[in-house]
Design a protein around this ligand. Structure first.
Ligand SMILES: NC(=O)C1=CN([C@@H]2O[C@H](COP(=O)(O)OP(=O)(O)OC[C@H]3O[C@@H](n4cnc5c(N)ncnc54)[C@H](O)[C@@H]3O)[C@@H](O)[C@H]2O)C=CC1
Ligand SMILES: Nc1nc(=O)c2c([nH]1)NC[C@@H]1CN(c3ccc(C(=O)N[C@@H](CCC(=O)O)C(=O)O)cc3)CN21
Length: 287
């Protein structure tokens, strides 16, 4: 199932993102996760590749293949090209094809100390290689600009370059302020971006987690969230509930704006995906 087709169907596509579980038996752990996510009927599920520059990439293909074969989920594998040679990339793409994976999110990847770009400098260099290898290719979009890019207009030019290089849809970086995302959407449309853009939302669950994410992604931390972090400083369960509720409100707001799709960073917690789906169904955004 090519993900570009998902955006041609009626209804709002809602997708999930997972990362390959760490520790022993990662594919078995992912099996239980995929079983729960499949019951929520997502439009597709994506699997990270070395998220945050962690090097956690060995199991991406195994996890995506398992979820596709065992649960008939439409799967997308992320692929980063930071430090990779053309030969490395061709090998990974061949392994993805052999596993029956049809969709790739083409990324440069997070900067890692000591690793410099090799044959690929930017995601736009990887996109045509993945297209030529026959994949349906998505790319990342940055509502508040990429963390290494200080100029908003420049980040929109980079977005357009990815479309011109062959990206067939975009998945956005997480953000906590819908107004930023809607301003970005206007700018993208004005710059001639015509492919679908699906908006990625991650709930905050703890102060440590949201701090890590905003410094990794450069997303703004709005004052209402800072107040919730302060209010529930000594009440982790309430903070987690508030974070999920905030994310659900973001999702409902975006759906009401008529966006092309919603992507939920599940952090491998089915309860997050379930809460999001329930909120979207209750509000009538999803049937
Ligand atoms: N590992 C994973 O599964 C995931 C990773 N990410 C993260 O997304 C980020 C990588 O972003 P991509 O969108 O793939 O990279 P990209 O290649 O689009 O951009 C990387 C940086 O290069 C700049 N740039 C792009 N084109 C340029 C050009 N022509 N001239 C000068 N500068 C240019 C961008 O503004 C940005 O600062 C990383 O932080 C990555 O790890 C995002 C989602 C999932
Ligand atoms: N710059 C950047 N890099 C990414 O890899 C990335 C983004 N942005 N934005 C969107 C998603 C979010 N991603 C994430 C974010 C957090 C974790 C995370 O919390 N990982 C934990 C693992 C926890 C566990 O194993 O249970 C970690 O400690 O790394 C993973 C993927 C990957 N993506």
């Amino acid at each position: 199932m090519q993900i570009s087709q998902v955006f041609e169907r009626d209804g709002l596509p809602v997708s999930f993102e997972i990362f390959p579980p760490k520790g022993e038996l990662p594919v078995e752990a992912a099996h239980a996760l995929a079983a729960e996510l499949s019951m929520l009927d997502p439009a597709f599920v994506s699997v990270t590749y070395s998220a945050g520059g962690s090097g956690n990439s060995e199991r991406t293909i195994d996890v995506a293949r398992m979820a596709k074969d065992d649960f008939d989920l439409a799967m997308m594998a992320h692929l980063t090209c930071m430090g990779a040679t053309k030969n490395d990339v061709h090998q990974v793409l061949a392994a993805m094809r052999a596993a029956g994976i049809e969709n790739v999110l083409a990324l440069r990847g997070d900067s890692v100390e000591g690793v410099s770009t090799a044959d690929f400098h930017f995601a736009k260099d990887l996109i045509p290689v993945a297209r030529e290898a026959g994949f349906c290719v998505g790319a990342a979009a940055y509502p508040e600009g990429h963390i290494e890019c200080l100029d908003f207009d420049e980040s929109i030019r980079h977005l357009r370059q990815k479309q011109d290089a062959g990206a067939q849809f975009f998945v956005t970086q997480l953000f906590f302020d819908n107004a930023c995302a809607l301003r970005f959407l206007d700018a993208a449309l004005n710059a001639g971006v015509t492919v679908p853009i699906t908006f990625g939302i991650m709930p905050f669950l703890s102060k440590a987690q949201i701090s890590r994410m905003v410094f990794m992604c450069g997303a703004s931390l709005p004052s209402p969230i800072i107040k919730l972090l302060a209010r529930y400083e000594n009440d982790p369960a309430s903070l987690r509930a508030a974070g999920i509720e905030y994310a659900c409100e973001q999702l409902e707001g975006l759906a009401a704006e008529g966006v092309d799709g919603l992507h939920i960073y599940t952090m491998n917690q089915p309860a997050i995906a379930a809460a999001a789906m329930e909120a979207l169904r209750a509000s009538g955004a999803v049937v």
